[in-house]
Ligand binder design. Structure first.
Ligand code: MLT
Length: 314
């Protein structure tokens, strides 16, 4: 009946304020670490599903839902873990939280940029191992260097703003670049190749789509300045990880700092273990503040969709 309360499945950790909002509207079940099979058997009794990046919402999930599932809420920005085609075919909305973790992601990008340039992670491990290697860990300066921001959307432009504050020369590439935003921040918009040829540092901020998948490949690395340093807090899949390893081994890429991986957790241990690579476990959106905001933003969007207030796919 139309008065029946909605059943909302939350498959990854969500902030309490968001859960409360959901509970005021429906019956909320939090089940973390479900296997794909468990998710499929659970989903046919749910009206809404809320995920972060760890749950793959595949065609199988939408088929198993047998038409009951009305909305999938992605507690974050990227919806690359949701099969949008299958969602559309089964009449299910997909909504995301497009703004709540922008600054957290940008701050993590800057944290990795600075940590990488000064070998913070490597030096920390060395001191803790009882060593005192001051000459081994001489870093490089950020001031005056050229940073290419690849993807000049919400996160990319916040990274650019912060990098300007560090005295960097910031250029950006984005096929949909908002020129007024670039002008306002004093950022020069350039072509993909220009960015690759002139950057000392490259920071990735594009979504993972069929077009951006592995755009950083052997051919791309070959265009870069020798000794370039790369930060990725976007999606692992935009980098061909084997090609990155080759570029590190050949010295084209001096260092990389990676928060995201093609497969998470990553299997490719040679890249992860490389001494010039700094890694974190997909922490870009993980601040207390951002997670509190994301939970509310996604809960509002999901409740809106269940009430029939939304009609567009994210
Ligand atoms: C995002 O796309 O917003 C992030 O990947 C969020 C997350 O940590 O799941």
């Amino acid at each position: 009946s139309p008065n029946q309360r909605s059943t909302i499945l939350v498959s990854e950790k969500l902030g309490e304020a968001g859960l409360e909002l959901l509970r005021s509207f429906g019956d909320v079940e939090c089940l973390y670490d479900l296997s794909p099979d468990e998710l499929c058997s659970k989903i046919s009794s749910c009206d809404a599903l809320i995920v972060r990046s760890g749950t793959k919402v595949t065609r199988q999930v939408f088929e198993a839902a047998k038409g009951r599932l009305k909305v999938v809420g992605r507690a974050g920005v990227g919806i690359d873990n949701v099969d949008l085609q299958a969602a559309t075919e089964s009449g299910c909305l997909v909504v995301n939280a497009p703004t709540a973790n922008t600054v957290a992601a940008a701050e993590h990008g800057i944290a990795l940029l600075a940590a990488m340039a000064r070998n913070v992670a490597q030096a920390d491990a060395s001191v803790k191992a009882g060593k005192w290697q001051r000459s081994k860990y001489v870093g490089v300066s950020l001031v005056g260097k050229t940073l290419a921001v690849m993807g000049f959307g919400k996160v990319g432009s916040e990274v650019a703003r912060r990098a300007k504050g560090l005295g960097m020369h910031v250029i950006a590439h984005d096929p949909y670049a908002p020129t007024d935003r670039a002008r306002a921040l004093g950022v020069e918009l350039v072509s993909f190749n220009q960015a690759m040829e002139t950057a000392d540092f490259v920071s990735l901020h594009m979504p993972l789509t069929p077009t951006t998948s592995k755009v950083f490949n052997d051919e791309t690395f070959a265009k870069m300045k020798k000794g370039v340093r790369i930060v990725n807090v976007a999606r692992g899949g935009v980098i061909d990880e084997d090609a990155l390893l080759r570029a590190l081994e050949s010295g084209i890429v001096a260092q990389a700092a990676l928060d995201v991986f093609t497969e998470e957790p990553p299997k490719e241990s040679k890249l992860v273990q490389h001494e010039n690579v700094t890694v974190t476990p997909h922490l870009g959106a993980s601040t207390k503040e951002a997670q509190a905001c994301v939970a509310i933003e996604i809960a509002e969007a999901v409740v809106g969709a269940l009430k029939g207030e939304l009609s567009a796919t994210a």
